[in-house]
Design a protein around this ligand. Structure first.
Ligand code: MSP
Length: 530
């Protein structure tokens, strides 16, 4: 297994405030990054904003602002949201920063010198919304953008082109030789059938119709196409082609580093076709994996700023807390598939998994230890009651599955496993009936065993939940008074290691949500926003 880990989110358009759909990908990546750190990997996690392009120029103009002023304000909103959601990114790259624009220009020059970029004239179907040119086949008879389904128009301009056609076989080989490069598998077929088989033309990589972009040094009435500009962030942020390229060497060039891009389904084409091509032109190694997550839908439509159907994450987090929103996003929407946001599901998921399962297990256990053992956690002993061994085996099985699933990016399933363990803990209380054991002086040993098993199940669950429940896990470990040296991941293999300490007074991890009340509160929030 590799030693290092580099994970990136796409960089977001700061054309409006961030919405819950944007938060989705960032939270997923944060959960991965935290998981990897917890497992002892040197981890670097990058996010940022994609600040150039016609759309930003237009949006700024509409509110009488200069583009730079406009993006500066929006970027604050993104950063504020990431702080609110406890996102643990190591860097934040903005494409308007000089450390980035300089690299974009150098890359452009390199590709020009190599002959992979040439000057020509472009005529094609242009989608203003996506800032993308499409071929006749792609827009079909109705002339609709295959991505956003809006009308496209014929456009012509002097432009630079990237010789994408030269690298088609390279992409097909890349997919063939690296089955995990692009997942889920269905995305690979989509790339091949929708874009490669119909014939991939050269890609137009400069624009002259607007100015808000990185100027092409060689001909400065052109600005670099926003996607060539944007994709470069993944390496410019690490210092590629800059005086200090130590991070680039460490996290990109070194074979010991695993590189993962996480992205939404709507931008697969750019990441899975053009980005590997650009890297290949630059003679740089490929990322190891590109994981395409599904979209967060609202009434079956993609939640998006331009459709105006977004859920504002700020009031949601402020009212329900960081962990509930993070958990909902990761657990409810199966990683890799689309999923709808509904207030009902949000409230029900929180109540089921966090309040009734995890919170309840902790609360019941703390209450019983206070009542039966004056708050002192009994020392662990294995196999005292008939239910002990099966529970211990289940813990081992859970840890194994959790790691396998997580390593395979099956994040939703990994947390479903933890949830099952917590449910097993609650069931173990019902099976062993500690209230009955407490009535019998001769059953003191059994009662002690039950308590220490419960504490250790909660301890393992809290550690496994750490990447997503950043606050509640800590609170649970604090309440159980788990010593700091035992909070290191590797100790969880040693089941029963927690014991002998005095617990803290319990305070519920998650308040129970009143379904009707909260559903209508969230619905109001959604209506206010749209
Ligand atoms: N700027 C480009 C990405 C450049 S990466 C080199 C872009 N920006 S975006 O703001 O429109 O989208 C950024 C990410 O947010 C994409 O991965 C997109 O799929 C994701 N999402 C936008 N709306 C979303 C949902 N409703 N649900 C889940 N993810 C969504 O594209």
């Amino acid at each position: 297994m590799k030693k290092r880990f580099y994970i990136t989110t796409p960089i977001y358009y700061p054309s409006a405030k961030p919405h819950l759909g944007n938060a989705y990908c960032t939270v997923l990546c944060d959960v991965f990054a935290r998981y990897k750190r917890m497992r002892g990997f040197e981890t670097y996690f990058l996010t940022g904003t994609d600040e150039h392009g016609m759309k930003i120029e237009k949006n700024a103009k509409a509110v009488n602002k200069l583009p730079q002023e406009f993006v500066d304000e929006m970027v604050e909103q993104f950063k504020k949201l990431w702080t609110l959601l406890d996102i643990s990114n190591d860097d934040y790259i903005r494409t308007t920063e000089e450390r980035h624009t300089k690299v974009v220009q150098q890359i452009f020059s390199k590709l020009l010198e190599k002959g992979d970029i040439y000057l020509g004239e472009y005529e094609g179907w242009y989608c203003k919304e996506c800032e993308a040119f499409w071929t006749e086949t792609q827009v079909g008879k109705e002339h609709l953008c295959p991505d956003c389904h809006r009308s496209v128009e014929k456009a012509k301009e002097e432009a630079y082109f990237y010789k994408a056609s030269k690298y088609v076989d390279f992409i097909l080989d890349l997919y063939k030789n690296n089955p995990k490069f692009l997942t889920p598998e269905s995305r690979k077929n989509e790339m091949i059938n929708t874009f490669i088989k119909p014939g991939l033309g050269d890609l137009c990589v400069s624009r002259t119709s607007f100015t808000w972009g990185v100027p092409v040094k060689e001909r400065d009435k052109h600005v670099v196409y926003v996607w060539l500009d944007a994709l470069t962030n993944y390496i410019s942020a690490l210092g590629y082609l800059s005086d200090d390229d130590s991070l680039f060497k460490k996290y990109w060039l070194d074979e010991e580093s695993e590189i993962i891009h996480c992205l939404g389904a709507d931008i697969t084409r750019f990441h899975a076709i053009y980005w590997p091509m650009f890297l290949n032109s630059l003679n740089i190694r490929m990322p190891d994996r590109e994981f395409v997550h599904g979209l967060l839908l609202m009434k079956d439509e993609k939640m998006s700023k331009s459709k105006g159907n977004v859920v504002d994450p700020f009031p949601l987090v402020e009212k329900y807390g960081v962990d509930t929103v993070r958990y909902y996003l990761v657990r409810e929407i199966n990683f890799g598939s689309d999923g709808s946001f509904t207030p009902q599901q949000f409230v029900e998921r929180v109540n089921a998994d966090l309040v009734n399962s995890f919170g309840n297990l902790l609360n019941r256990t703390l209450g019983m230890i206070n009542k039966y053992f004056d708050g002192v956690v009994p020392i662990f002993k294995s196999g005292v009651t008939e239910f002990d061994k099966p529970l211990e085996e289940f813990v081992t099985h859970t840890i194994k599955s959790y790691e396998t699933l997580f390593d395979d990016l099956k994040i939703t399933d990994a947390f479903a496993c933890v949830n099952e363990l917590v449910n097993k803990g609650n069931k173990y209380i019902d099976d062993t009936a500690p209230w009955a054991l407490a009535k019998d002086e001769n059953k003191k040993e059994q009662l002690a065993s039950v308590m220490s098993h419960l504490v250790n199940v909660i301890y393992v669950s809290a550690i496994l939940y750490q990447p997503v429940l950043v606050q509640a896990s800590k609170l649970a470990l604090d309440q159980l008074n788990v010593p700091f040296d035992l909070r290191d991941y590797n100790n969880i293999y040693n089941f029963g290691c927690v014991g002998g300490g005095k617990i803290e007074k319990g305070q519920p991890l998650f308040p129970r949500l009143d379904v009707d009340l909260e559903v209508s509160y969230i619905q109001d929030l959604m209506n206010k926003n749209n």
